[in-house]
Design a protein around this ligand. Structure first.
Ligand code: HAM
Length: 435
C-alpha cells in the first residue's frame, strides 16, 4: 500500500467541516478589515526564498523542498507566503500609488522539512495578511489587531501577544555588531551551527533550538537597546495604537523571529492551551521595510502576519469548540424500480430549487435506505414508489414532528420550502390546512 508522506495529512470528509468553518471566519474577518485575497503558485524559483527569507535561516538552510525541473531550473515549494506576495506585487506592478496601501490576504499549503510532531507538519496551511506600501505604525497595529480579532472571532481567548522591535537598517547593523562582539568569547561553547551562524549572521544564533537555554544566549544584548531614535518613535506609536485599541500585549525583548526580512516591529501570538502541545505559537509576523527594494521592487514599507491553520484547529479542540454537522434537507426513498418512475426528475427539480437531497444508488431495501438516510440527518424522508407515481404524490415524513402527509408532486417543492423556513403557505395547496 502506498502511504502518505511523513509530515503530511489527509483532511478527511469527517474533518472538513471544521476547516470550512474556519475558512469562513477567515474570509469574514478579512472583509471586515477590507483585505482582498491573492493566490500565488505553490512553487517559485528557489532564488526568491534565498533572497527574502534569508540564506542563513534554518528555513532555507535545512527545511526547503527544492527540486530541479526538466529545464534544469531550481524551484522550491513555498515554505511561507510573504515572499511570493512580494514577488507577485512587484511582477504585476500592483503597487501604483492610487492602490496603496495594498491590503492582501492569502491561504494555502506551505512546505517545510521539519521534524514532524503535534502542530508541526511538513505540509501545513497558513492564513496570512500583508499591508503593503505604508510605513505608518497604524499599519503595524492594524495587522496585530487583525490577527487578534480573528482569534476572538474563533473564541480562542487564552492568548498572549508578544511584541518587540528590531529597528531600522541602522539599528539592526549596530545591534549585529554588538551581538558579534558579545558572542566572540562564548562562541566556542555553542553548537556547530551557532559557530556557522556567528560568522554568517549573528542574529540567527538567537534562534538556536539546541543552545536556547544557554546562559550566554539568555544574557545576550537585546535589539531594543540599539534602536535608533526614529525606530524608537515608530515602536512607541505602535504601542500607543495598541493601547487605544485596548489590545493586551507584552513587550518581549528576546523576540527576534527566524526570518531575515524583518525590520522594526516583530510579534507572535501564543496560547497556553494544552491541546497545542509544544507548538504553542499560533501567529508570527512583523514589518519588513527593505524586502521590496531588495527584490528589485520599489521602496515599499510592508507589514504582515501568518497563522498556522492546523495549530488553530488544535486550539479549537482545547476550547471544546463544537462543529455542527452538515445535514441534508431530505432523503428520497425510492421504492421499487427507480427507472420506472419519474423519481430522478423529482429529485433533480428539488435540487435545482436549492434543496439538499440525497438518495440511494445501491438498490437497497426500505430498511437499508432508512439506515443510510439517518446517517445524513435529514429533515424529511420523501417516500415514493409505483403507487405514489400513479397517484402523482409523494409521502413526506417530517423527522421533527414525526408526521407524515401526502403532497402532490407539483406542490412538493413549495411545501418543503414552507416547512423548512417556517413560512405558512397561502392555503392553496391540497396537502395541508393552510399549514
Ligand atoms: P512563521 O513564524 O515562520 O512566519 O510562520 C507563521 C506561523 O505558521 C507559525 O506561527 C505557525 O503557526 C505556522 N507554522 C510554521 N511552520 C509550521 C509547521 N511546520 N507546521 C505547522 N505550522 C507551522 C511566516 O511564515 C511569515 N511569512 C509571517 C509573516 C507574514 N511575516 C510578515 N508577513
Amino acid at each position: 500500500m502506498i502511504r502518505r508522506i511523513k509530515g503530511t495529512q489527509d483532511i478527511l470528509p469527517g474533518e472538513i467541516k471544521r476547516w470550512q468553518d474556519l475558512e469562513t471566519v477567515m474570509r469574514n474577518v478579512s472583509r471586515l478589515f477590507n483585505f482582498t485575497e491573492i493566490r500565488t503558485p505553490i512553487f517559485e524559483s528557489s532564488e526568491l526564498f534565498h533572497r527574502s527569507v534569508g540564506e542563513t535561516t534554518d528555513i532555507v538552510k535545512k527545511e526547503t523542498y527544492d527540486f530541479e525541473d526538466r529545464g534544469k531550473r531550481m524551484n522550491t515549494l513555498r515554505p511561507e507566503g510573504t515572499a511570493s506576495v512580494v514577488r507577485s506585487v512587484i511582477e504585476n506592478k500592483l503597487y501604483v500609488e492610487e492602490n496603496l496601501p495594498l491590503k492582501l490576504y492569502y491561504y494555502g499549503p506551505m512546505f517545510r522539512y521539519e521534524r514532524p510532531q503535534k502542530g508541526r507538519q511538513r505540509q501545513f496551511h497558513q492564513f496570512g495578511a500583508e499591508v503593503i506600501g505604508s510605513d505608518s505604525p497604524l499599519a503595524d497595529a492594524e495587522i496585530i489587531n487583525f490577527a487578534a480579532t480573528f482569534l476572538e472571532a474563533l473564541k480562542i481567548k487564552n492568548v498572549q501577544v508578544r511584541i518587540n522591535s528590531l529597528g531600522d537598517a541602522e539599528s539592526k547593523e549596530k545591534y549585529q555588531k554588538a551581538l558579534r562582539e558579545y558572542l566572540e568569547p562564548n562562541i566556542k561553547n555553542l553548537c556547530e551551527d551557532c559557530n556557522r551562524r556567528y560568522v554568517e549572521n549573528p542574529l540567527r544564533v538567537l534562534d538556536c533550538k539546541i543552545d536556547k537555554d544557554n546562559e550566554a544566549l539568555i544574557n545576550a544584548p537585546k535589539p531594543y537597546d540599539y534602536l535608533s531614535d526614529k525606530a524608537k518613535v515608530h515602536f512607541e506609536q505602535v504601542i500607543m495604537a495598541l493601547e487605544s485599541l485596548g489590545l493586551n500585549y507584552k513587550i518581549d525583548k528576546n523576540l527576534v523571529r527566524g526570518l531575515d526580512y524583518y525590520t522594526h516591529t516583530v510579534f507572535e501570538i501564543d496560547s497556553d492551551l494544552e491541546t497545542l502541545g509544544a507548538q504553542s505559537t499560533l501567529v508570527g509576523g512583523g514589518r519588513y521595510n527593505n524586502l521590496y527594494s531588495s527584490l528589485e521592487g520599489p521602496d515599499l514599507g510592508a507589514v504582515g502576519f501568518a497563522f498556522g491553520v492546523e495549530r488553530l484547529l488544535l486550539a479549537l479542540e482545547g476550547i471544546n469548540h463544537e462543529t455542527e454537522t452538515d445535514n441534508i434537507h431530505a432523503y428520497f426513498i425510492a421504492l421499487g424500480d427507480i427507472f420506472q418512475t419519474d423519481a430522478l426528475k423529482i429529485i433533480n427539480d428539488l435540487r435545482h430549487g436549492g434543496l439538499v437531497i440525497d438518495y440511494d444508488f445501491f438498490n437497497k431495501n426500505l430498511k437499508g435506505q432508512f439506515k443510510q438516510a439517518d446517517r445524513m440527518n435529514p429533515k424529511f424522508y420523501l417516500i415514493y414508489g409505483e403507487e405514489e407515481a400513479k397517484a402523482g404524490v409523494v409521502n413526506v415524513k417530517s423527522l421533527t414532528t414525526k408526521e407524515q402527509v401526502q403532497v402532490k408532486v407539483e406542490e412538493l417543492y413549495q411545501y418543503l420550502v414552507n416547512q423548512l423556513t417556517g413560512r405558512s403557505c397561502s392555503g392553496g395547496c391540497s396537502s395541508c390546512d393552510g399549514c
